[in-house]
Ligand binder design. Structure first.
Ligand code: FAD
Ligand code: UDP
Length: 380
């Protein structure tokens, strides 16, 4: 088989690049994945009860990028959806990110008022304060509050998810869920928030429905690479695997997902309930909130964090911290030696905690800089 591009991995990164290369440059692409489906970790499917579930954990689309929104809107209609998360703290379910409503749900009104006043004086209404920053800067009553939130929302959740303390990770990790001095209970505040109306997999199908794109599933690229002639390659798998672990393993975190379908219309009040303190799980998501379906049954997914063991489970999260970044830099140097013959893209290949929209934005950027600009003659 002869193609212009071999793209390894049919997730957001691989699908965006395949679509752009095929439709904008008219070049031929073989997109492959070792799994038996397209979509990478954003893959969804209808289970035996007709409920749309996310095989690799709940995926909620949100972005600040008009570019990404406009691009994906070519391949899907959207269902407006604002994700809400409650966290169980001292037996009560309170809004996460922790906000002024959480404060009033947990403390007597007079004390909550006092804490609110301090937050407003120190930071201002509408401000998002990462928990580690709140702990650094707080004194007096705010120091109490910072420690309370750290202890009851972050420390044990983070221990389950990463087997680390919040301060042992890049600040940006817990900064994804900052204390929000607001009454806005939504998990995200991005201007674009919605779910693909017919699911992610359907959106990917449309992206890949181009005669220049062939898809090969159930195959590790190493099994077939000698049988395919190609000019350039995109690789979206783990970067350390690509280089045969020459600088040792990069740590990734994994998860085990446990699905349960109940004979009841709803199980919980919102899309996701976090369990920062109790149980081995971090959170339970009720899929119907994400899909907007109505049904007398409901499907839940529970997430059990695990260490990633190559060959045994899947790498889901890079572990953002200094020592891992240093090791990643060694791999990046090796990648740069290949002079663009292989483009490394995405959460695993770039060892970056990308959300879906960031993976898509990065893939669009790589297409413009590393693909389009380097093949100007072939633009159709
Ligand atoms: P992936 O989706 O991981 O795709 C890489 C693909 O490469 C995989 O399909 C893999 O099978 C394939 N591959 C690897 N090695 C090989 C090989 N040797 N041969 C062939 N194929 C190979 N983002 C959000 O925006 N919102 C969310 O709510 C959200 N929730 C998430 C929840 C969980 C539990 C997880 C794990 C992630 C979540 N994300 C979320 C992030 C989102 O999944 C990623 O941003 C996105 O999937 C990245 O796409 P990718 O193409 O870079 O990687
Ligand atoms: N986090 C936490 N408690 C929570 C929610 C989040 O400690 O109730 C921390 C935890 O370290 C988590 C990180 O914040 O890994 C990022 O949370 P997010 O919900 O963004 O994680 P993701 O959806 O990517 O798994």
């Amino acid at each position: 088989m002869k193609v212009d591009w071999l793209i390894v991995g049919a997730g957001f990164s691989g699908c965006v690049l395949a679509e752009r290369i095929a439709s904008q440059l008219g070049q031929r692409v073989l997109l492959m994945d070792k799994r038996d489906h397209i979509g990478g970790n954003a893959y969804d499917y209808y289970n035996e009860h007709g409920i749309l579930v996310h095989k690799y954990g709940p995926h909620i689309f949100h972005t600040k990028s008009k570019k990404v929104w406009d691009y994906l809107s070519q391949f899907t209609e959207w269902r407006p959806y604002f994700h809400h998360v409650l966290g169980v703290v001292e037996g009560k379910k309170v809004p996460i990110p922790f906000n002024l409503n959480s404060l009033y749900a947990l403390f007597p009104p007079k004390y909550a008022e006092k804490l609110e006043e301090k937050l407003l004086d120190n930071f201002g209404f509408g401000v998002k304060v990462p928990i580690l920053k709140l702990r650094e800067s707080a004194n007096g009553e705010l120091e109490f509050l910072a420690n309370y939130i750290y202890d009851n929302v972050f420390v044990r959740y983070t221990a389950k998810q990463w087997e680390l303390k919040p301060e042992e990770l890049d600040k940006a990790v817990t900064g994804r869920v900052p204390v929000y001095i607001s009454r806005d209970d939504r998990y995200f505040q991005d201007p674009y928030q919605a779910m693909p109306k017919y699911g992610y997999t359907e959106m990917f199908r449309k992206m890949l429905a181009h005669p220049n794109i062939k898809v090969l599933l159930n195959a590790d690229y190493r099994e077939v690479i000698n049988d395919i002639k190609f000019n350039r390659m995109v690789y979206t798998g783990p970067v350390d695997t690509f280089f045969d672990y020459m600088y040792g393993e990069l740590p990734y975190r994994s998860l085990r997902f446990s699905f349960e379908t109940l004979d009841q219309e709803h199980y919980q009040e919102v899309g996701t309930v976090n369990y920062p303190n109790e149980y081995d799980i971090t959170r339970i998501t009720e899929q119907k909130y994400l899909s907007g379906q109505t049904s007398p049954k409901t499907t839940l997914v529970k997430e059990y964090p695990q260490a990633y063991v190559p060959g045994l489970n899947d790498p889901y999260y890079p572990v953002p911290r200094e020592e891992n970044r240093a090791r990643y830099e060694l791999y990046l140097k090796e990648a740069n030696k290949l002079n663009g013959s292989v483009i490394f893209a995405g959460r695993l290949a770039e060892y970056k905690y990308y959300d879906m929209d960031q993976a898509a934005l990065r893939a669009l950027g790589l297409f413009e800089k590393e693909v389009q600009e380097k093949t100007p003659d072939t633009i159709i």
